[in-house]
Design a protein around this ligand. Structure first.
Ligand SMILES: N[C@@H](CCC(=O)N[C@@H](CS)C(=O)NCC(=O)O)C(=O)O
Length: 421
């Protein structure tokens, strides 16, 4: 049975049901030719949802509105999944995070964002209150996520889907990096979730807002007009109609794709070291690793064209649970995908019982850590970075031990070692 979702393809409330459908194996189609502002105001639509808001799910047994409810319905339709966890208490916790994120996160993001883009009256003290309430919610979520990969249990539930969609609205509209850096575990969680293949299929590539949107002019005028209204005997101009805003605003949607600027690293003088040759040597060396791969590395290494860096996780004492620690590192390496052409890395997860230490070695094109990596991969800030002094034998040997996954490493066993290549 295929269901029809009436929503535009970019609506975050529609994403909730669509991602859920991916996890539940439910066939869900978007209503064809849906036009925001028209389709949802038609008499047929208003019969399904009298306030004309999206999303609406059309089922053979009737229509359902309210996005969280639609997602719950989709999750339950087949009943053979663990989207509500696997016990009554899991179920309660799933519902807890859904309500929490709707009230403490989504509502406050909307109070912040919509007045700025012209939907609602912009009042600075109201915005301040929205931001401060949002921070309280994010702080609570951040501390929970410090020791948990998922919101409930050990796999993705409906709570992760809905919370991520609510965070999506914030991350893509007004929560800039400068704002979210106070909540590193929320950041890690969000980027891990949106990079899950089933999320990515619906959301596409997610980009964090570069700036908080400026307050639109019509809105300032409307606010001024409102003030005027209260002044007697003065002519009050007709206020502009409240724009009907869908996310993102149409002008953003219509923007032509800009040509991709060239990465500055491609403009560096050519290097004798070919990164792919090193990666191939690393992957193909099965025996005599020291004599072949490590020796090969130093023969190839070009200190002019590349730099080597040690990194150490700043919050090792939080790494008490092995799988959470491993997931952190896996997420980091996934997010480094953007640097595949310019980097090689080894990450060691050290220790037998928690807290586990996470340390690594990275090779980057260029004399410094590339700026785009620093800017775009938030994990970078969670590590302390020190340039390897290749003339110092001890540091060189430490680098070798990392490339080789030498165990014990600095006197301790390895839980795991991961390679970025
Ligand atoms: N609580 C509702 C909110 C629905 C809602 O606000 N939808 C917006 C788009 S995100 C809408 O349809 N706006 C159009 C309008 O108000 O005319 C839900 O979660 O489904």
């Amino acid at each position: 049975m295929a269901l029809t979702l009436h929503a535009s393809s970019i609506n975050k409330n529609g994403f909730k049901a669509r991602i859920t459908a991916e996890y539940a194996g439910v066939k869900l189609n978007l209503a064809p030719n849906f036009v925001m502002g028209e389709s949802n105001k038609s008499p047929e639509f208003l019969k399904m949802n009298p306030i004309g808001k999206i999303p609406v799910l059309e089922t053979p047994e009737g229509a359902v509105f309210e996005s969280n409810v639609i997602a719950r319905y989709v999750a339950r339709l087949k009943g053979d999944n663990t989207l509500f966890g696997s016990s009554l208490i899991d179920y309660a916790h799933v519902e807890q995070w859904i309500d929490f994120s709707s009230i403490e996160i989504d509502a406050n993001v909307m109070r912040w964002y919509f007045p700025r883009i012209g939907s609602g009256v912009y009042l600075p003290p109201a915005e301040e209150a929205a931001i401060s309430d949002l921070k309280i919610g994010l702080l609570a979520l951040n501390s929970y996520l410090a020791t948990n990969t998922y919101l409930v249990g050990h796999s993705i539930t409906l709570a992760d889907i809905i919370v991520t969609c609510n965070l999506y609205q914030g991350f893509t509209r007004c929560m800039t990096k400068d704002f979210t850096k106070e909540f590193p575990h929320v950041e890690r969680y969000f980027w891990t979730m949106v990079n899950q293949p089933k999320f990515k299929k619906i959301l596409g590539e997610v980009k964090q807002a570069d700036a908080v949107p400026p307050v639109v002019q019509t809105n300032k005028k409307a606010a001024q007009a409102k003030e005027q209204k209260h002044k007697p005997k003065q002519e009050v101009k007709k206020q502009p109609a409240k724009p009907k805003v869908e996310d993102p605003p149409a002008d953003e949607e219509d923007e032509a794709p800009k040509p991709k600027p060239k990465n500055p690293l491609d403009l560096l003088p050519p290097s004798k070291m070919i990164l792919d040759d090193w990666k191939r040597l690393y992957s193909n060396t099965k025996t005599n690793f020291r004599e072949v791969a490590i020796k090969g590395f130093w023969d190839m290494y070009d200190p002019e064209g590349y730099s080597l860096w040690f990194c150490e996780y700043k919050y090792n004492d939080e790494n008490t649970v092995s799988f959470v620690t491993l997931n952190k590192v896996t997420g980091f390496l996934q997010r480094m995908d953007l640097a595949r052409k310019y980097a090689f890395g080894k990450m060691l997860i050290i220790g037998k019982e928690g807290p586990f230490k996470v340390k690594g070695l990275w090779l980057f094109r260029g004399p410094e850590i590339p700026k785009f990596v620093m800017d775009e991969c938030y994990d970078m800030e969670l590590y302390e970075w020190t340039k390897v002094d290749i003339n110092d034998d001890a540091q060189r040997e430490r680098a070798n031990a990392m490339i080789e996954d030498q165990e014990p490493f600095e006197g301790e066993p390895l839980l795991d070692a991961k390679c970025f290549k």
